[in-house]
Structures are given as structure tokens and as C-alpha cells.
Design a protein around this ligand. Structure first.
Ligand SMILES: Nc1nc2c(c(=O)[nH]1)N[C@@H](CN(C=O)c1ccc(C(=O)N[C@@H](CCC(=O)O)C(=O)O)cc1)CN2
Ligand SMILES: NCC(=O)N[C@@H]1O[C@H](COP(=O)([O-])[O-])[C@@H](O)[C@H]1O
Length: 292
């Protein structure tokens, strides 16, 4: 209900029926022929004068399919994701498509942006994903404060936050509320070519100008500063002698789409482990004793 109230302030077009997966569903046993399924009654809430109740029906098999068995037998709960964008959102789309395809054991429940008209926000609205504006635009009524953003993400019961071309500094309130649960993708091999001023094409132009022979995406945990959080994954690709910044950007972005989906799949399957010295590792899906 809280999410609905906050959202209605900034995103009037937000679908009135909030995504069931973050509403508390009351599961009632289905009385009828054995094993035909469970009738799940969505909780009711008032919208204006109307009381809205929605029901979904799922079979026992569908319920079980929502739980992935990883490693030995421990069932892993499907994760709730928030994605932050400022631009076209191609990484966001790749992650959403992997979720719809079923390879990614999570759902994108909310999109956060500082540019409500960007391509990523448009894609979200076209796919029924609520859009939240953050940070507040200067002397404008639109947008959430850091504490309202934390409350909104908590109302959606978000497990992980994925930055994908978001160009504003994440405030310390959110870092503290989502410790070791915020990832970012950066289009260079950090720590090289990172930090304030290094985003989008500026990164690729700096790489070309430096004469570096390799570049590629880095996925890292987010701390209070730009691009200084613990590195989780990287992929090196050659910089060709006659590469333009656009040609390099195109090849790096393609690798980003592959790498981010692979990393978020591991995140949702709880395959991220922390080495004693604080370095995060990704446990291999095929070999529980190996790492990616
Ligand atoms: N607390 C953190 N917030 C963010 C991080 C992070 O690591 N910690 N990563 C960035 C994403 N990013 C690089 O991956 C990045 C984005 C933007 C900038 C930057 O210099 N921004 C400009 C403003 C640009 C604009 O408004 O158009 C600036 O701050 O002057 C650097 C790195 C997301 N947030
Ligand atoms: N420093 C942050 C940064 O530069 N991020 C970069 O913005 C692009 C967003 O593309 P997308 O909107 O198509 O996913 C991506 O290349 C991402 O690495």
C-alpha cells in the first residue's frame, strides 16, 4: 500500500494493480479434485471507493517451479530486483528478457531513473514495470528523496539493486540500507578509467586516447564513491589499432549484456561467496568447487 501511495505521487501512469509478486498473497488450499492446484487469493486493497481483490491460480507444479534447487538441495527463493537507469536501458532490457525467459531466477519489480523520458523508462512502462524518479529534480516536485527511495524499495521488498547506466551518485542512505546488495556495470576494466567524469562515451574515448590494448566491462559492488566498490566480474576484450570510440563501445556493450545477465543469474541463485580478504567470487553453476 505504501509503495502505491508513494508511486501515485510521481508516476500517475503506474498500473493501478501493483505487481502481485510484492503484494502479500494469502495462499488458500484449493478445495477440489486432488492436486489440481492452489487458489492464491491476492490481498485486497482499496483504490478510491473500489476494493480490488485479485486471484491467481497456480498448480502445485508451478509453485514448485518458482523454487530453484542450487547445489545440494537447498531451495532458493526467487529474488526481487530494482534496476536504475539514466539512458537507453539495453542492459536493463537484457536482464528483463533473461527473467522472462526463465534463465534468471528473479523479477524486475521497479525501475528507478533520474530521466523519466529515457529509453529505459519507456521500456519499463511498456512492460508494466512501475517507474520511480530519483533523485528529486532541482526545485521540482518530481522525484523521491533518499529516505523515500529506501522506503519505496523496501515496500517492493527489493532484494538487490542493479545500476545499469545510472549517472547519479547513490546516496549513503541507500548504500547502508542495501549493504553488499547493489551492483553496477562500468564500461572499462576498473580501476582504470573510472570515477567522477568517467561515464558513457567519455570512458571509451579515454581508453582509445591512452593506447590501452584491452578494455571491457567491470561489474562491481557499489560503495559511497564512484567505481571504487569490490570488483565481482570483468571481461577483457582487445582494443584494435584502428578502433574508433564508437566501435569499441559497441563491442564492450555486447559483452556487458552477456556478463551482466550471467552475474545477476549467479546473484539470484545465491552463488556469490566472499573470500577471507573481502574479495567477492562467483561459484560456478556446473562445478560447486570451482569459480567463474
Ligand atoms: N555511490 C555510487 N554511486 C554510483 C556509482 C558508484 O560506484 N557508487 N556508479 C555510478 C555509475 N558510474 C560508473 O559506473 C558513474 C556514473 C556517473 C559518473 C559521473 O561523473 N556523473 C556526473 C554527472 C553526469 C550527469 O548527471 O549526466 C557527475 O557526478 O558529475 C561517474 C561514474 C552510478 N552511481
Ligand atoms: N559509468 C557508468 C557508465 O558509463 N555506464 C555505462 O552506460 C551504458 C548504459 O547503456 P544502457 O543504458 O544501454 O544499458 C553502459 O555502457 C554502461 O556500462
Amino acid at each position: 500500500m505504501e509503495a502505491q501511495k508513494i508511486l501515485s505521487r510521481f508516476c500517475p501512469k503506474t498500473p493501478s494493480l501493483l505487481l502481485p509478486s510484492h503484494k502479500k498473497l494469502h495462499t488458500l488450499p484449493y478445495v477440489g479434485p486432488k492436486n489440481l492446484g492452489i487458489l492464491r487469493l491476492g490481498c485486497s486493497y482499496t483504490e478510491g471507493k473500489k476494493k480490488r481483490v485479485f486471484c491467481v491460480r497456480s498448480t502445485v507444479e508451478e509453485e514448485e517451479a518458482k523454487v530453484v534447487k542450487v547445489g545440494a538441495t537447498a531451495p532458493v527463493r526467487r529474488k526481487k530486483l530494482a534496476v536504475f537507469v539514466s539512458g537507453g536501458g539495453s542492459n536493463f532490457k537484457s536482464i528483463h528478457e533473461a527473467s522472462l525467459k526463465g534463465s534468471l531466477h528473479g523479477d524486475v519489480l521497479v525501475l528507478v531513473t533520474n530521466k523519466p523520458d529515457c529509453g529505459g523508462a519507456e521500456y519499463a512502462r511498456n512492460n508494466g514495470i512501475p517507474v520511480v524518479v530519483f533523485p528529486k529534480v532541482k526545485d521540482g516536485s518530481d522525484g523521491l528523496s533518499p529516505s523515500e527511495l529506501v522506503d519505496t524499495l523496501r515496500s517492493f521488498q527489493v532484494d538487490f539493486i542493479l545500476l545499469a547506466g545510472f549517472l547519479k551518485l547513490i546516496p549513503v542512505e541507500l548504500i547502508r540500507a542495501y549493504e553488499n546488495s547493489i551492483l553496477n556495470i562500468h564500461p572499462s576494466l576498473l580501476p582504470a578509467f573510472g570515477g567522477k567524469g568517467y561515464y558513457g562515451m567519455k570512458v571509451h574515448k579515454a581508453v582509445i586516447a591512452s593506447g590501452a590494448r584491452y578494455s571491457g566491462p567491470t561489474i562491481h559492488f557499489v560503495d559511497e564513491h564512484y567505481d571504487t566498490g569490490r570488483i565481482l566480474a570483468q571481461c577483457a576484450i582487445p582494443v584494435l589499432a584502428n578502433d574508433t570510440a564508437d566501435e569499441l563501445a559497441f563491442r564492450v556493450l555486447k559483452e556487458e549484456h552477456r556478463l551482466y545477465v550471467e552475474v545477476v543469474e549467479a546473484l539470484c541463485e545465491e552463488r556469490i561467496v566472499w573470500r577471507e580478504d573481502g574479495v567477492p567470487l562467483i561459484r560456478s553453476k556446473d562445478n560447486p568447487n570451482g569459480f567463474c
